[in-house]
Write a protein that binds this ligand. Sequence first.
Ligand SMILES: NC(=O)C1=CN([C@@H]2O[C@H](COP(=O)(O)OP(=O)(O)OC[C@H]3O[C@@H](n4cnc5c(N)ncnc54)[C@H](O)[C@@H]3O)[C@@H](O)[C@H]2O)C=CC1
Ligand SMILES: CC(=O)C(=O)O
Ligand SMILES: [Mg+2]
Length: 437
Amino acid sequence: MEYSILRNLIVEIPQKPGNFAKVASVIGAEDGDIGDIETLKIGTHTTVRDITVQFENIEHLERVVDKIREIGDGIIVHAISDDVMKAHEGGKIHMSSRRPVRSLGDLRRVYTPGVANICEIIHQDPEQADYFTSIGNTVAIVTDGTAILGLGNIGPVAGMPVMEGKAVLFDQFVGISGVPILLDTSDPDAVVETVKHIHQAYGGILLEDIGSPHCFEIEERLKNELDIPVMHDDQHGTAVVTLAAILSACRTAGVDLAKAKVGQIGLGAAGLAICKMLMEYGVEAMYGSDLNEDAQERLRESGGTVLGSIEELMEKSDIVVATTGVQGLIKKEMVREGQIILALSNPYPEIDPEEALAAGAAFAADGKLVNNVLGFPGIFRGALNARAKAITYPMLLAAAEAIVDSTKPGDLVPHPLDPNVHTNVTEAVERVAGNEQ
Ligand SMILES: NC(=O)C1=CN([C@@H]2O[C@H](COP(=O)(O)OP(=O)(O)OC[C@H]3O[C@@H](n4cnc5c(N)ncnc54)[C@H](O)[C@@H]3O)[C@@H](O)[C@H]2O)C=CC1
Ligand SMILES: CC(=O)C(=O)O
Ligand SMILES: [Mg+2]
């Protein structure tokens, strides 16, 4: 038998001698090849095991799982997990202590009675919280779940894996603690009130995957009403990285961005912010296209030109950016020779970069490559280091330029695991924030 897929079966088995053997023999009798077996949880009456098994194909997997389910006796197959699912088991983040408690002395220093003195110091001088608490190193990752990647309004709980992912990136790239906050409302009044009531525990607020148009009002009001950095990642994190990718492409192609014709397909959170950033940078011919008339109107109000169709936009633009969430929206016949195409929707782009290049594009990339992961960690690290009260356009521009400077010749953007990019963005943002104070 040729095995082509490997899966992990998460099976709950009542603690009775012979029960595990029943599961193992069913798998063996059906020619499944058992590998590692891990005990995930020992309960009072049952044990949950993660059994790695190789299968010939999906049909073979389904047959084996059906046979295990037929055993009965309280044996339950909870999940069939692959390596992505495995990476999510138990969640991706965990709040951990920076101070070990190994003795009573530790306990008294870390907790009562020692802690009371620190509380009093902060009570007398609230700024001491910067030194004696983790607040200044913690960012709330706030979502209402209305625009989770390009998956749409799937709710905040379904969006939690994305928020945990952002927290992983904050921690790994710049040492910030990211704390997901899931809101069960999208009403701007309620969102603003809620964030205002909880904001004291955080040094900054990252708004994530909040859909348009309510994201615009929410961000604007929170920026005005809070004196800590607030940034909607899908708007400005994306705009920063997109500007950087376009600048690198223009540098390689010898194109002057200010004189280029740029088309943006999708004028939601990401799209409108990209247009505004590019126009602020000096782009004069900024075209846009969206199905939604209000979104079109927002581009006109910002100084851009709305075109009637995607075909017209593709025809007229030297550089095209797409953030619609619609896989395959750009057809290869629409691609113009020498165009720069950034199809940024996640998880699936508007056109595969290989297809765009084969159709004549000079540069093409998707949202895996040109991704706000290159921006938001360093932007917040820099803002927190400088104790900035807001994230401003000059700070965002400095972040974009730092990304360009971190990009190897010929590439559009740096590798996201290159620590230099996060350090460079941090330093650039911190420097500008420091100058602004
Ligand atoms: N690569 C990256 O770093 C990022 C990528 N994105 C991606 O961009 C996409 C959009 O995200 P958001 O702007 O937050 O969502 P959004 O919901 O605010 O905006 C989507 C916009 O696309 C428009 N649209 C939908 N179908 C269209 C079509 N057929 N033609 C023209 N316009 C159309 C909608 O009317 C809406 O205005 C998502 O797939 C997301 O994953 C978003 C942020 C960062
Ligand atoms: C990358 C990101 O933030 C998004 O696709 O929504
Ligand atoms: Mg997002």
